[in-house]
Design a protein around this ligand. Structure first.
Ligand SMILES: [Zn+2]
Length: 165
């Protein structure tokens, strides 16, 4: 398993690589490249697979890190639910989305119900009008997840080889 610092460095190094991939290979617009990079950054530093344990990404959430405690109780460290190749980042994204909705609803719905409804309709309109942009963002999150899981596997394999020799 790679260390937290290594994962952070990989996440930050993936940003220019993501830009090159998006711009030079797929000829995506600046906005789509930025959405991909935002996904890579957020996925690598804040929505990391290591949120299943008290890790650097977990502490990065500051006061809001309590939101990830139920996730840690439900998801075993390095299980398929957190470190699986396909579904794990979507489970985390869904979990974070639910937490966000609950927090915002809890903050606004009782004291400022009209503002909450306005915010909700604005968010729904944004999501329905910017589907491809959101897909680019989600692709960035998924790619950052793949980088994390691949570096975990490579690091574990390397350690096994070194300790055998
Ligand atoms: Zn990990």
């Amino acid at each position: 398993m790679a260390t937290g610092i290594t994962h952070d460095r990989i996440a930050l190094a993936s940003l220019p690589a993501g830009w090159l991939l998006s711009d030079a290979v797929f000829h995506a617009s600046v906005v789509f490249s930025l959405a991909l990079m935002l996904g890579l950054w957020l996925g690598g530093l804040y929505l990391s697979p290591d949120l299943d344990t008290p890790s650097r990404p977990y502490f990065r959430w500051g006061l809001l890190r309590f939101c990830w405690k139920p996730y840690q109780w439900m998801v075993r460290h390095r299980s398929n639910l957190s470190h699986g190749w396909i579904l794990a980042p979507f489970i985390r994204l869904l979990y974070a989305g639910c937490c966000f909705i609950l927090l915002v609803k809890g903050l606004f719905s009782f004291s400022l119900p009209y503002e909450y409804l306005k915010l909700e309709s604005t968010c729904i309109a944004f999501v329905s009008n910017h589907g491809p942009l959101i897909l680019s963002f989600i692709l960035g999150i998924w790619l950052s997840h793949l980088l994390h899981v691949t570096s975990d596997h490579l690091s574990s394999r390397l350690k096994r080889i070194c300790f055998k020799a």
